[in-house]
Design a protein around this ligand. Sequence first.
Ligand SMILES: Cc1cc2nc3c(=O)[nH]c(=O)nc-3n(C[C@H](O)[C@H](O)[C@H](O)COP(=O)(O)OP(=O)(O)OC[C@H]3O[C@@H](n4cnc5c(N)ncnc54)[C@H](O)[C@@H]3O)c2cc1C
Length: 464
Amino acid sequence: MARRLPTTTLRLFSRRLNTASSSSSIAAGSRPSKPEPAAPTIVDLDDHRKLFSSVSTWKLLRSTVNLGLVANEMFVDFGMWVMNSRLVETGLVRDVILKTVKHTMFEHFCAGETTEEAGKCVRKMHEAGLRGMLSYAVEQTSNNDGCDRNLEGFIRSVDLSKSLPPSSVSFVIAKITAICPINLLRRVSDLLRWQYKDPSFTLPWKLNTLPIFTDISPLYHTLRKPEPLTPQEEQDLELAHKRLQDLCRKCVDLNVPLTIDAEDTSLQPAIDYFTYSSAIMYNKDGNATVYGTIQAYLKDAKERLFTASKTADKLGVPMGFKMVRGAYMSSENRAVSRFGYDSPIHDSIDETHSCYDECASFMLERIANGNDAVVLATHNLQSGKLAASKARDLGIRKGNPKLEFAQLYGMSEALSFGLRNAGFQVSKYLPYGPVDMVMPYLLRRTEENRGLLSTSSIDRVLIR
Ligand SMILES: Cc1cc2nc3c(=O)[nH]c(=O)nc-3n(C[C@H](O)[C@H](O)[C@H](O)COP(=O)(O)OP(=O)(O)OC[C@H]3O[C@@H](n4cnc5c(N)ncnc54)[C@H](O)[C@@H]3O)c2cc1C
């Protein structure tokens, strides 16, 4: 089924992407402006028969239909309107919507509703030479009971990883918003921001951490000196730390690395604080168990990565980072228009691309020098090819466990298979859980994949 697509078609497509407006908020597989000399690549995306040889014809056909739907602006606008409307609150309509989502978006982008289904999906990935990043897809919880339940879900992911073929699971993923009440994360972020503005401001509960801010980090969310945490809040913070530590200990015991996802900048200081304080406790003997995430679309991403790595070096803490571009553009933009400040996001997609590639390059050099570990999480063909070539030039062994490429399940299959064929370790990020729980994740994917120039459109061309 996966016939070799004439290279000219793909080039034509890339040329269209190269002429896209740089202010486009749509994902793009190659750079929109400033044509650069093609980097010599070791990732072959031209032989489509070989690329998709491990995928059944039926799966390819279904993927094309689903990707076509999410690239269709009218379908997406209507879908987003329905999902954000009060219609979803009505019993019958809700059932119909959830069923429709389950048989389209959910089946395409998610690994299943239960741990068992997620396990089955990992086995299939493994047979295709890919690994799985298990993501029990809960987010944003308001109370301690919900956080306790979510922790159980994360712990089940770690347990699941041990019942699957060795090394078929590369990471377990967690979101801090699922194990610490959201209002408390806001309060902690406020207090950390204020302390950065005024170092004499003491935070008695604060644990040892790596730097969280730089001089260009956005501090506008906190305009007034926040009240200290109440005894109840301190107690809740303690509970949240304990949850994360239970998860980290489980990961250390079963030897599965844990990656903490990045979210939006109103909460990210607290998320980084949780991540770094746990990394200091659990990343030992040259091994990173706890990985943080850096979003390259943020103006301060590079400096934050550099200063956190430098401080980790001084403390003798091996660090791991997942590098992404970032998926919260609309909420960031909404927050900025409310506050009337400069956006924390780069002014153009070109700057995001450069930032991503520079951060990736920085991490690859550190790996070549025996420090740290990185997950290069991207669907961008050029970033993937550049990083693969750089890894080869630096002499990073192909199966080096400190370098992982990753794409979301249901996206950029060509890049995943191309990197796998070139001998690199490649993972798919596998969200799973009940359909209604996974909805916020699906909404972010819809936004990312809409339009003619999105990753999904490139995938469709390659699959066809
Ligand atoms: C394994 C994995 C894990 C992930 N984990 C996280 C996570 O923890 N947190 C998170 O936020 N995201 C996460 N993501 C999602 C990720 O952020 C998006 O998939 C990613 O941004 C898409 O970009 P790309 O690297 O594929 O490149 P492309 O598709 O080429 O780039 C598109 C991206 O560029 C940026 N962009 C678009 N327009 C502009 C503009 N006008 N100005 C500046 N920048 C712009 C946006 O980030 C957009 O998503 C993860 C992705 C993967 C593959």
